[in-house]
Design a protein around this ligand. Structure first.
Ligand SMILES: C[S@@+](CC[C@H](N)C(=O)[O-])C[C@H]1O[C@@H](n2cnc3c(N)ncnc32)[C@H](O)[C@@H]1O
Length: 446
């Protein structure tokens, strides 16, 4: 029996995500999938994201039905089982027989024919097993309860409870398990009309006047998207770009794929903007996406910029763990280690220090991440400012109030967007990704 195209694509992507450091969202948008019909693309996306979001819950179900420990299974067999278990436990429209047969065929297709009877037996057992509801707390300890209920690793839950409290951690986890909304940034009202005539249904953004939420339709297939007149960009990411404000010379230190560069370019049409990206293939992607004449893309390391000029606005949107984006990138929660956070922090401190060296007196730098982790956020800013004379941390509240006054910021509860002097969005508390930002000013001496 041939395997359906959507399941074969989902299986191949899950294996690549597990065996390389690839991101599922990028693979799901790769050329290979463009040949699939729209319903098949949607099913492949549902299967990949569903399996990655619920991986530990699925593994628990498989372990209970398996005669062998999961650590002894080949990745091909384990991922075929996860796909089958996901369809039986989380999708209502797939008959168990189809889910079982297709997973068994995937095992054979992966040249693991001898494991096919085993996979068949495990999946049949799962189909007939009773479904146990996960406990909300185990012996009064919320960590294992939340970890199990929302399929997250214990260590992340533990640190989020310490940082955000149990209730907000529960909101974050719940949001991470949902299909995230697609937000777009519109450069002009005409584009909105054009999208509507392309049968794209839009709703107003929750945070920003420039944002719209896509309710129905595929924006990526429109002329406006292909021609760079509409950008898919989470509202929190748009808010960080708005925080940078306006200037005459702007430096974007870590710029690809260019969501924020494009927003800076639209906001600063008269300015000179330098967008720096370390990796050449990503710099090429950035050049293709951001074509405005006043943006110059440079393939360079932000730690050793090939110029000595000063800028009045600098954005350091540094590489980070991405724990604020787990609804979009669920594989991160299974890959990340506490050790990675320490390594990232070293890189982030280096980039922020280098970025501040290019700030003109009176100029402002925005440091940002899409991480929820203190080590990558407050700790980086505090470490850099501890020994950087002539720089001051500004209160993001003043910037948010300015954006409220101009009508750009729609969100009323400014307190919920702030953590001390920092901007901080929390998935589930606001309907967006989790971003962090700090505004640092170079004081004018004398
Ligand atoms: C968080 S992403 C930036 C996202 C981008 N600002 C946007 O809004 O679309 C970080 C980027 O920094 C790049 N990067 C990492 N280390 C860098 C370095 N030392 N210098 C310049 N770019 C770097 C990464 O390749 C990645 O493209």
């Amino acid at each position: 029996m041939p395997v359906s195209l959507a399941r074969a694509a989902a299986f191949d992507i899950l294996l690549r995500v597990e065996q390389t450091n690839a991101y599922a969202s990028e693979l799901l948008h790769s050329e290979k999938l463009e040949n699939l019909s729209t319903p098949d693309q949607a099913l492949a996306t549902e299967l990949v994201m569903g399996v990655l979001r619920w991986r530990s819950r699925l593994d628990e179900v498989i372990a209970a039905a398996s005669s062998r420990p999961l650590s002894k299974l080949d990745p091909e067999v384990l991922n075929a089982l996860r796909l089958g278990a996901y369809q039986m436990r989380f999708l209502t429209r797939v008959p168990a027989r189809a889910a079982i047969n297709e997973s068994v065929e995937l095992v054979k297709r992966a040249q693991k024919r001898s494991a096919a009877p085993f996979a068949n037996a495990v999946l049949r057992k799962i189909a007939s097993a009773e479904i146990e509801p996960p406990p909300a707390a185990i012996n009064g300890d919320p960590i294992p309860g939340l970890a199990r209920e929302f399929s997250h690793p214990d260590w992340l839950i533990e640190r989020w409870i310490a940082q955000f409290d149990t209730q907000r951690t529960s909101l974050i986890c719940r949001q991470n398990q949902r299909r995230p909304s697609t937000a777009v940034r519109l450069d002009s009202p005409d584009v909105e009309k054009e999208l509507e005539s392309d049968v794209i249904e839009l709703a107003p953004g929750a945070l920003l006047a420039s944002a719209r939420i896509v309710i129905a339709g595929d924006v990526t297939r429109t002329h406006a998207f292909r021609e760079g007149r509409v950008f898919i960009q989470d509202e929190a990411s748009q808010l960080v770009a708005a925080l940078v404000g306006t200037g005459s010379r702007l430096l974007d230190c870590c710029a690809a794929p260019g969501g924020k560069t494009a927003a800076l370019a639209a906001r600063n049409p008269e300015a000179e903007i330098i967008a720096v990206e370390l990796h050449s293939h990503r710099a090429d992607l950035l050049r293709a996406r951001v074509t405005a004449a006043h943006v110059q893309v440079i393939n360079a390391d932000a730690l050793q910029l090939p110029f000595t000029d000063d800028f009045d606005r600098v954005l350091a949107d540094v590489p980070c763990s991405g724990t604020g984006t787990l609804a979009r990138n669920p594989e991160i929660k299974w890959r990340l280690t506490a050790e990675d956070l320490r390594d990232l922090q070293v890189r982030q401190v280096g980039i922020l220090r280098a970025a501040l060296q290019h700030l003109a007196p009176g100029g402002r730098a925005v440091y940002s991440t899409c991480s929820l982790e203190r080590e990558e956020n407050e700790d980086v800013v505090e470490e850099v400012l501890r020994d950087a004379a002539g720089f001051e941390l500004r209160d993001c509240r003043a910037e948010l109030e300015r954006l409220r006054e101009t009508g750009e910021l729609l969100w009323h509860d400014l307190d919920s967007l702030l953590s001390g002097k920092f901007l901080r969005t929390v998935p589930g508390v606001q309907p967006c990704d989790g971003f962090f930002a700090a505004v640092v000013e170079r004081v004018v001496s004398g």
